[in-house]
Design a protein around this ligand. Structure first.
Ligand code: ADP
Ligand code: MG
Length: 227
């Protein structure tokens, strides 16, 4: 199996002086392409911090991050990550955060056009993704005309639009009822398999644990257990 992401000894301390929080304490993990992992742990454990570091939104203090076959962070030095992030990393958050004035189709399409995918190709892929997610009859609906679960599925389609190597989701089902929450987790797992991406999901939702290939439990900035 090919690793989608390798993290080695990631450390992050917030604050300075005597008020400092060690949010990440030598965190290492490997996630393969096609695999879906859950990241569990109490509030304040460092889950979101880890996700923003793996997603190249914020920098760790030290450690190493390899995505695909590219070393994107190595003890302080990092490559130009903006383009890399746009092309290789997809994000899904608790709220779908769709652009309210664009249809479901155009929300997904816009993500590709930002990466210079031509209009016609972007339209075709956006429609295909939404069809895969059971929204084929909702392409022209505006976000406010969709349920929470449907909006979240559009957000996942949008995150997958550029064929990212990794998809990072921070509590994507927190606002959904448990049946829809499970469905969204299953979609994320299927997305990992079908799109050959590594998918990492921060969740408190213990009802869908069987969906995941790996389960990591964080406490006090460390991955304490793996299941
Ligand atoms: N921007 C920040 N500045 C200072 N402390 C932060 C910041 N972000 C998170 N923290 C602290 O780092 C720790 C981990 O937070 P976080 O990664 O959000 O945990 P989780 O997502 O597991 O709830 C917490 O103690 C939190 O208060
Ligand atoms: Mg969090």
């Amino acid at each position: 199996m090919t690793p989608a992401i390798i993290a080695e000894n990631l450390c992050k301390t917030y604050g300075r002086g005597n008020i400092s929080v060690k949010a990440l304490d030598r965190v290492s993990l490997t996630l393969n392409t096609g695999e879906t992992a859950a990241l569990l742990g109490p509030s304040g454990a460092g889950k979101s911090t880890l996700l923003t570091m793996l997603g190249l939104i914020r920098q760790p203090d030290s450690g190493k991050i390899v995505i695909g076959n590219e070393t994107v962070f190595d003890d302080g030095s990092r490559t130009d990550i903006r383009t890399f992030r746009r092309k290789n990393i997809g994000f899904v958050f608790q709220k779908a955060n769709l652009l309210p004035f664009l249809s479901a189709l155009d929300n997904v399409r816009l993500a590709m056009e930002i990466n210079d995918v031509s209009g016609r190709e972007a339209r075709k892929r956006a429609a295909e993704l939404l069809e895969q997610f059971g929204l084929g009859d909702r392409l022209r609906f505006m976000p406010k005309e969709l349920s929470g679960g449907q909006q979240q599925r559009v957000a996942i389609a949008r995150a997958l639009a550029n064929r990212p190597r990794i998809l990072l989701a921070d509590e994507p089902t927190a606002a959904l009822d448990s049946a829809m929450g499970r469905k969204v987790m299953e979609l994320l797992r299927d997305a990992a398999r079908n799109h050959n991406a590594g998918v990492l999901v921060v969740t408190h939702d213990h009802r869908a644990m069987d969906v995941f290939d790996r389960i990591w439990v964080m406490e006090d900035g460390k991955i304490e257990r793996q299941k």
